[in-house]
Design a protein around this ligand. Structure first.
Ligand code: IMP
Ligand code: MG
Length: 182
């Protein structure tokens, strides 16, 4: 069953749709006449990217980057690896990073630093979820879908041990499903 292991729904589908629509409207206004490039952070950001770009009313293109922090734990280790880099240079472009969730902030902080060196015209962050209580490094988030409490979430692109990304809503996993792992 699809919802096997899911403890509760944190953000239902209709709220995700509404909020994504509002963010897309705001981004469409802010980037009107600019050379917008959305950079999706794989894999967690894909569902958000696809829904967000469908609602954008301005021209833009997309590229992908994949990062990983070591280990399969629910805690970020703080060590970031680039698994896949961008296809094209970003020099002079208006870059917006599209991410699923900012937790410790270490991944996006690292990304911001390496992308900044490539000379984009502008560089901002759009994240669907934000866990402010967990922040370890300060990052400026320009667009935030939802602030959420300190709970491990799954669905809408986000995984636990690579599963549950397909859930159309954001849920919380039953604690017994992850407490024994890593
Ligand atoms: P950070 O480097 O600690 O900010 O973590 C960034 C990445 O860890 C996110 O982009 C997610 O891919 C993953 N992550 C953090 N918290 C969660 C969560 O609650 N559920 C699923 N993935 C998460
Ligand atoms: Mg991510």
């Amino acid at each position: 069953m699809l919802t096997h292991g899911v403890d509760k729904t944190l953000i239902p589908e209709d709220q995700l749709r509404q909020r994504t629509k509002a963010l897309a409207a705001q981004i469409s206004r802010d980037y009107e006449g600019k050379d917008l490039l959305l950079i999706c952070v794989l894999k967690g950001g894909v569902m958000f990217l696809v829904d967000l770009m469908r609602e954008l009313t301005i021209l833009h293109d997309i590229d992908f980057m994949a990062t990983s922090s070591y280990g399969a734990s629910t805690e970020s280790s703080g060590v970031v690896r680039i698994l896949k880099d961008l296809d094209k240079p970003i020099y002079g472009r208006d870059v917006l990073i599209v991410d699923d969730i900012i937790d410790s902030g270490r991944t996006v902080d690292y990304l911001m630093r390496i992308l900044h060196e490539r000379g984009p015209a502008s560089l901002r962050i759009c994240t669907l979820l934000n866990k402010p209580e967990r922040r370890e490094v300060e990052v400026q988030l320009d667009y935030i879908g939802f602030d959420i409490p300190n709970e491990f979430v799954i669905g809408y692109g986000m995984d636990f041990a690579e599963k549950y990304r397909n859930l159309p809503f954001i849920g919380v996993l039953k604690p017994e499903y992850y407490q024994d792992l890593d």
